[in-house]
Design a binder for this molecule. Structure first.
Ligand code: DLL
Length: 437
């Protein structure tokens, strides 16, 4: 195979040199962190008062983990390390409550993000001759703009298509001769179903590659998309707290995701003991960002479960590979790429006096897409045989959820006391999606 490298001197850097580079960047990042109210306080307790207190990469172990709740508690500016007038952008994702996790960027941070994204895209064999249709949400979500900047950096023609509307997507693919797609894996499968329904022939399209990420999927799903759409599918991993996409990506070997270790320090720990797992064992990924000034985040508990590959990759890159994410160590659900915590739904419905005491969230597959149903009891003084107030309540729940978590689930109302009660801890989520990861 003919591999291409965007930054060969870094991508194939011998590990001792790579670790030296990490140490140097970690010290710089600690300097940024010490300017934030949050880390100033936290690091002072560990005796780290200046970047020079970090002598080796092992000194990272002295720093406590950072959790999503910390980011929430620091909302809105507790993690900001630069004056506000130097911030040029923010992105945000949902937290466990209504408070979003907000990440700020200065101009250089945005450039760095594009630099890593371009490296990912290039590693799959793309170049400036490609036409790249970015079929994912633009906006506060990082998938749209993250890939957009990376595509432009590679020099591809980028179509900011955004998510949804398969009819329009096919039209653009045909009109502009799209060669590369980016979407969630569920949307790629959905696209294929719609393609058949619309009678669009695969031969009328020029697509060769697709980037798929933002939600977990199995190797079987990858193979299925590849067979149906006749494209090479590359797994793409990232999270808003670490910029978004561009953290880890598959190369042309399509066997594990290279994590860019000049941009991130990756650790894998046992989620219960928080001790490092043995090399090759599954645990929770913990990340420290080395490429952002405005919002430094150290030892972030991603909650994503994965393992390091122990063998080097055939492509010659020295940056370690992660296994496909197999699940999470918390209860976050990902519905068609949108992150949702059950607690956010609870907050919305339990705030309504017409709603009773018990509820259940059911997630299923409907065709290729995820479908969420919120089943909730109504309060005891509502009569189930009067449909007008019931329909109004359904609409109210739907609209409020759409506004607060960008998901419009099916809503089912049940008589007070009729939903099953579990004997132990309440079971609030029934995830019926096939678990083939
Ligand atoms: O999903 C960033 C992204 C956009 C990644 C586009 C790839 C493509 P968040 O919305 O903050 O950011 O969600 C991050 O999504 O912690 C994982 O649980 C999950 N996730 C992301 N990529 C993958 C993947 C973006 N390839 C959360 N496989 C992460 C499995 C993934 N899970």
């Amino acid at each position: 195979m003919n591999f291409q490298y965007r930054n060969p001197e870094i991508e194939k850097m011998p590990r001792p040199e790579l670790e030296k580079l990490q140490l140097q960047k970690l010290k710089t990042e600690i300097g940024y962190a010490l300017r934030t109210p949050f880390y100033k306080e936290r690091l002072s307790k560990t005796g780290i008062k200046s970047p020079d207190d970090i002598k080796t990469l092992n000194d990272l172990n002295k720093i406590p983990f950072t959790a999503k709740n910390d980011l929430r508690d620091g909302f809105p500016y507790g993690f900001l390390s630069i004056p506000k007038e130097e911030v040029v952008r923010l992105h945000a994702s949902s937290g466990t409550t209504g408070i979003p996790t907000t990440i700020y960027f200065n101009k250089d941070d945005i450039k760095n993000w594009a630099f890593f994204m371009a490296r990912c895209i290039y590693a799959t064999g793309c170049n400036k001759n490609d036409v790249f249709q970015n079929m994912i949400t633009y906006g506060l979500f990082t998938g749209g703009l993250g890939f957009h900047q990376g595509g432009e950096e590679v020099g591809m023609l980028v179509i900011p298509a955004g998510a949804g509307n398969t009819g329009r997507q096919f039209k653009m693919m045909q009109d502009y001769g799209t060669t590369v797609l980016h979407a969630t894996p569920s949307f790629l499968l959905h696209l294929e179903t719609k393609m058949k329904e619309a009678g669009i022939s695969r031969e009328s399209l020029s697509i060769t590659r697709a980037f798929a990420g933002a939600e977990p999927y199995s190797e079987d799903t990858r193979k299925r998309i590849e067979a149906l759409l006749k494209v090479d599918v590359y797994n793409s991993y990232g999270l808003s707290e670490m910029n978004g996409p561009g953290v880890a990506f598959e190369c042309q070997c399509k066997d594990g995701l290279h994590i860019w270790e000049d941009g991130y320090i990756a650790e894998i720990v046992n989620p219960d003991t928080l001790e490092p797992v043995k090399d090759g064992e599954i645990g929770e990924l913990v990340l420290t960002i080395l490429c952002r000034e405005a919002t430094p985040i150290l030892r972030y508990r991603t909650r994503d479960l994965t393992a390091f590959y122990t063998e080097p990759c055939a492509c010659g890159r020295t940056h370690r590979r992660l296994r496909r994410i197999t699940g999470r160590s918390d209860d976050m659900l990902i519905i068609n790429g949108v992150n949702v915590f059950p607690s956010q739904i609870e907050e919305v419905i339990m705030g309504m006096k017409e709603v009773g005491n018990n509820y259940l969230i059911v997630v299923e597959k409907e065709g290729a897409l995820d479908r969420m149903t919120v089943k909730t009891e109504v309060s005891a003084d509502i009569f189930m045989d009067d449909s007008r107030p019931l329909n109004a309540l359904k609409e109210k729940i739907k609209e409020t959820l759409q506004t607060s978590i960008s998901i419009s689930p099916k809503v089912e109302l049940h008589e007070s006391g009729s939903l099953p009660i579990s004997e132990g801890k309440a079971v609030r989520v029934q995830d019926m999606r096939p678990k083939d990861v």
